[in-house]
Design a protein. Structure first.
Length: 143
């Protein structure tokens, strides 16, 4: 992810392993943004959080095909914040640390792929945001 001009633009940039062939796969200009990229296990799709910078902020998940840059909406905007995203090792879905609008704490969610069904995994008083717990939980989902 590259943020340009004090976040006036966010860009998903990819590059070959040897450092050549840099290209922007997707970009958004403020008030829109993309963030939290996660490569699919097969390397064909990068899923990012997306949304609008606004007082009633709503985020969802969107995918970008690596070869073409074509967009695939994974979820509609449904969370107030989406802090971390990781693919399950078998590519059957994603795990996300996200906070519902009006909710107190960030919880863990599963989004099936390609079905795109969203299911909340945790429902407790813990806050699974950018904490060691979220890093461990989401890191464990990577295998």
């Amino acid at each position: 992810m590259r943020n340009r001009n004090s976040y006036e633009e966010t860009a998903l940039t990819i590059v070959d392993v040897d450092g050549n062939g840099e290209r922007v796969l997707a970009r958004r200009k403020k008030p829109e943004f993309i963030d939290q990229p996660a490569w699919s296990p097969d390397g064909n799709l990068i899923v990012c959080s997306f949304g609008l910078v606004a007082s009633n902020r709503q985020e969802g998940l969107i995918g970008f095909e690596v070869e073409t840059g074509q967009e695939k909406q994974i979820t509609t905007p449904r969370w107030q914040t989406l802090e971390r995203v990781a693919w399950l090792p078998d590519g059957s879905g994603l795990i996300a640390a996200a906070k519902e609008t009006g909710a107190g704490n960030t919880q863990i969610w599963r989004v099936s792929y390609p079905e795109r069904e969203v299911r909340r995994i945790t429902n407790d008083l813990d806050n699974y945001g950018a904490t060691e717990t979220a890093r461990h939980f989401i890191g464990a989902s990577k295998g």
